[in-house]
Structures are given as C-alpha cells and as structure tokens.
Design a protein around this ligand. Structure first.
Ligand code: GLV
Ligand code: MG
Length: 346
C-alpha cells in the first residue's frame, strides 16, 4: 500500500499537486458529442449553455476510419469554445487500443489546460487507473498544465465490478464512475441486446398458491451493480453516475432508469441524444416538493441534534443529513438555473 504521505504528491516533477477535494460542480448530464461530425461540432457553443458537461467521444460509436478526425475535432472544439462553468470531458479509447496513446498525448498537449476530466472505458482494476495517473502526470509536467486532469472510470466489465472498490480508491485523480450497461452486459454474457434499461423477461412471478391470475413484476437488471458502485464511490468520496440509455424512442423508460439511479445516490447520467438532456435535468435536479420538506426538517432542527416531528414523521440526525444532501444539491441547481431557483424558493 502506498504510504498516506505520498498519496498527494505529484507523480512527476513539475506536475500540479493532486486535488484533496473534488470541485463542487453540477454534473447531471454528461452530453456525448461525436467530434468528427462538423455539423454537430458547430452546435457545441450553444450546447455548452444548456448542459452541465460536454464530452467529446473518441471511443465506441466512432467509426475506425474516423478515430483521427474525432480526436482532431475534439481538440478544435475544445480550443474554439468558451465553456464557462460547463465541464469539458473526453472519452478516450480503451488502454489496449491502437489510438489511446495519441488520444492522451495529443489532447493534453493541445488543450490540457481546458480539459476537466478524461473518461476511461473498460477499466478492469486499479492498475488501469495507475497507468493513466502516471502518464497524465508526465504529460502535465511536460506541457505545464496548471490543474490536474481528473479520471472518470466506466464500470463495464465483470472484472471491473469485482474490483470496483480498489478502482474508486486508486488515485486522488479519481473523479467518479459511470455504469456502462452495454459493455457490462456483453462482458457478463447477459442475454440481452440493449443499452441500459430493463428487460420484460427479468421479472418475479406472483406465487401460484390461490392465485387465479399470476401478476408478474419486472425487476431492475442494474440494481446490484448500481448499488455496489454507489457504495464504492461514496466510501471513496467520488461521484457515481448512471451511464447510457440507448432506446431514444422510450423517454419514459429512460426517465425511470435515471430516477432509480438518482434515488440510489447517483448524481447524473449520460445524454446521448438531445431529447435526453431535459430528462436528465428533470430527474437529477431534486423534486421541489422533496426540497420543501427537506427545508422544513432543517428549519425544525437547525443544528441537526435531537429529535422532532415534522408532518407526523420522526426526524433526527440521520434524516437531517438526508435533508442536507437534497438542500445542498437544490442550491447548486438554483445557482445555475433561475427557473429552478424560483421553484425551490430557498
Ligand atoms: C457504455 O460505454 C456502455 O458500454 O454501456
Ligand atoms: Mg462501453
């Protein structure tokens, strides 16, 4: 194990010091842009005003013959756009791919001072994070990058799920983790053909005893993994996110999947289609009714001590802390979004 005193030392002479706390930022949706398509790149300045994070995707969904163009397109859009308070991320190719070394090297050299987070796909264990951590430190030193570029892992292999706690704790550069349900389904040999969401045959059938009709209830295929990921991230002080939802024709199912993740502790999800931006905004901004109740709890016990009744429900230290989570998030949303600020009225 690395000695605690070394944990926050830069991994290369001249690299910026690792952060001790994550920047406080709203990351309700990570909006994916295919940067090789000029028409979509042209929309990025406007997009940056609508979303919390713009991500230039270089990995899956980018055709092999467009890998170079996507990388150059990302560099061009990063250089040309003022992102303001909106995050700028890229999803690089996997560490075993022929493109990744140039992805990292060229992007850090060209726009390293604008890049907030690198999303690393197909992370199997902490060794993948250690490799990228070291390489980024060397490149940051070479290119005089002033703030550390953070790493966001995609949890999308069976091995990664087995090692999720070690991945979360692998480096102070860790920003968080997203569930990658499509690759994870393939890695686990799940019998599905979907990008996230449920399956009508994954269900529980009511008992046969005395039942004329036997209702069945669809279950959440991702419950176990999201729970495991949320615990690993919360324990490490990093952020868990739900990943992609591929059926753009079913916004209700996307909303339900996002909401399950939000209720369990995730801070956001990916938007792969413009229609998913508003779904993520709605789901990952706390409900004004819940926020109003949270405010009642905090107002009733300002220092969080003791026990009080609010609307017939017992409140104590633990519900006060839950209320604080909602209120802190609502304040963050309100600071960015005047319409939500009016609804929260905090
Ligand atoms: C995302 O990358 C996924 O595989 O679901
Ligand atoms: Mg994937």
């Amino acid at each position: 194990m690395k000695p605690p005193r070394q944990f926050y030392q830069p991994l290369a002479i001249g690299a910026p010091e690792p952060l001790r706390a994550l920047p406080v930022r709203l990351e309700r949706m990570i909006h994916f842009v295919p940067p090789h398509i000029e028409k979509l790149r042209a929309k990025v300045p406007e997009l940056a005003r609508q979303v919390d994070v713009v991500l230039g995707n270089l990995e899956d969904a980018i055709p092999i013959e467009a890998k170079e163009a996507a990388r150059q397109g990302f560099i061009a859009m990063a250089a040309a756009t003022d992102f303001g308070a909106t995050g700028l991320w890229t999803r690089i190719n996997a560490l075993n791919s022929p493109w990744v070394l140039d992805d990292i090297g060229e992007i850090v050299a060209a726009v390293g001072n604008k890049l907030d987070v690198i999303m690393l796909p197909k992370v199997d264990g902490p060794w993948d994070i250690h490799y990228l951590d070291q390489l980024l430190a060397q490149l940051e030193a070479r290119h005089r990058i002033t703030k550390p570029i953070l790493i966001h892992a995609i949890l999308e292999t069976a091995q990664g799920v087995n090692n999720v706690e070690a991945i979360a704790l692998a480096s102070p550069r860790m920003h968080g983790m997203s569930l990658g349900p499509a690759d994870l389904a393939a890695s686990r040999a799940m019998k599905t053909t979907r990008v996230g969401g449920g399956h009508p045959e994954y269900k529980v059938l009511a008992d046969a005893q005395n039942a004329e009709a036997r209702p069945s209830f669809q279950q959440d295929l991702w419950h176990y993994t999201i729970a495991k990921m949320v615990d690993a991230c919360a324990a490490a002080g990093i952020k868990p996110l739900y990943g992609p939802f591929g059926d753009f024709s079913d916004p209700a199912a996307c909303e339900a999947q996002f909401r399950n993740a939000f209720l369990m502790g995730c801070v956001g999800g990916w938007s792969l289609h413009p229609s998913q931006i508003d779904i993520a905004k709605k789901v990952f901004s706390p409900d004004p009714v819940e926020v109003a109740f949270a405010k009642k709890i905090v107002d009733a016990m300002p220092d969080g001590a003791g026990a009080v009744m609010v609307d017939g429900k017992m409140q104590d230290d633990a519900t006060w802390k839950q209320a604080k989570v909602l209120l802190d998030l609502a304040r963050l949303v309100a600071a960015k979004d005047p319409a939500m600020a009016a609804r929260y009225a905090l």
